[in-house]
Write a protein that binds this ligand. Structure first.
Ligand code: ADP
Ligand code: MG
Length: 270
């Protein structure tokens, strides 16, 4: 028995390289997230974050490893049959960096959320409350994606995910394209929603500052491997791994020292 909502064990994915060898995009990634918890996955570009996120939602099939949600094994294959597919969608929803691609340009925000509610057999009249929950009012409810700002589109993508009433929300660089002030608004919103609904968040970002604000636990990836994981406060205030130290030294901000960042980079032997 476990109180964990989401568990990933030994998730591994390799891709073929020319010449017959394989590139390891993610190796033996293991973590748990409690109900209502928030996990950050950080690392530089190419470290394997998106591969892990895509394995969680089922867009990438792991070579090895298992995912459990609420004690049930999540199969790598999408099940046949509408009811089973919908039940699977209610386990995990994903929000991408650019919601423009995943939003239907013909639907207004309200129609978009209503469509998701209807598909899952829920009351369409909840659409306005959901839009309100993400800070979109009557004017935005009647607008199509191209008439919304980047931040508003991301709010809409979040509202649509919530319409499904998921147990886990995976966000892959979901605020990366937004201005810092809009980022902060969306992060606050996600924190509120987590408190209100108990949804668990898996927050993928190359930006430590983003993860610092919204997660309880963090997992640091480098070249497909987890180099450090633990409580976010502890890992970010007293990093143990040289790579985590490098990532922290690379964040420009108060007291940032470019030469310290260069030294940390040089200290990494491979
Ligand atoms: P991140 O999200 O941290 O930037 P990714 O998970 O996208 O990292 O990529 C990790 C590694 O796996 C990279 O080296 C990337 O080139 C490789 N990779 C990702 N997807 C594929 C794919 N479909 N085919 C081949 N290689 C891939
Ligand atoms: Mg990525």
């Amino acid at each position: 028995m476990t109180t964990d909502l989401l568990s990933a064990e030994d998730l591994t994915k390799t891709y073929p390289l020319p010449g017959g060898t394989r590139h390891t995009a993610a190796e033996a990634v293991t973590f748990t997230v409690p109900r209502g918890g928030a996990l950050g996955i950080v690392g530089e570009s190419g470290s394997g974050k998106t591969t892990v996120a895509r394995m969680l939602v089922g867009l990438v099939r792991p070579d090895r490893g298992e995912i459990h949600i609420a004690g049930r094994r999540r199969e790598a294959r999408t099940p046949r049959g509408k009811a089973a597919r919908l039940a699977r969608a209610r386990e995990i929803q994903m929000v991408f960096q650019d919601p423009y691609i995943s939003l239907d340009p013909r639907l207004t925000a309200s129609q978009c959320v209503r469509t998701a509610l209807r598909l899952h057999g829920r009351e369409e009249s909840r659409a306005e409350a959901l839009l309100d929950q993400v800070g979109l009012g009557a004017r935005e409810a009647g607008a199509r994606p191209r008439e919304l700002s980047g931040g508003q589109r991301q709010r809409l993508a979040i509202a649509r995910s919530l319409a499904v009433d998921p147990q886990v929300l995976v966000l892959d660089e979901a605020v990366a394209a937004l201005d810092v002030s809009i980022q902060a608004q969306i992060l606050r919103l996600l924190d509120e929603i987590r408190g209100e609904t108990g949804v668990a968040l898996v927050f993928v970002s190359h930006d430590l500052a983003v993860v610092q604000h919204v997660t309880d636990e963090v997992l640091v990836m480098r070249n497909g491997r987890v180099v450090e994981q633990g409580p976010t406060d502890g890992v970010l205030s007293a990093p143990q791994d040289p790579y985590t130290k490098l990532l922290l030294a690379s964040v420009p901000g108060e007291g940032w020292d470019p030469s310290a960042a260069a030294r940390a980079r040089a200290a990494l032997t491979h």
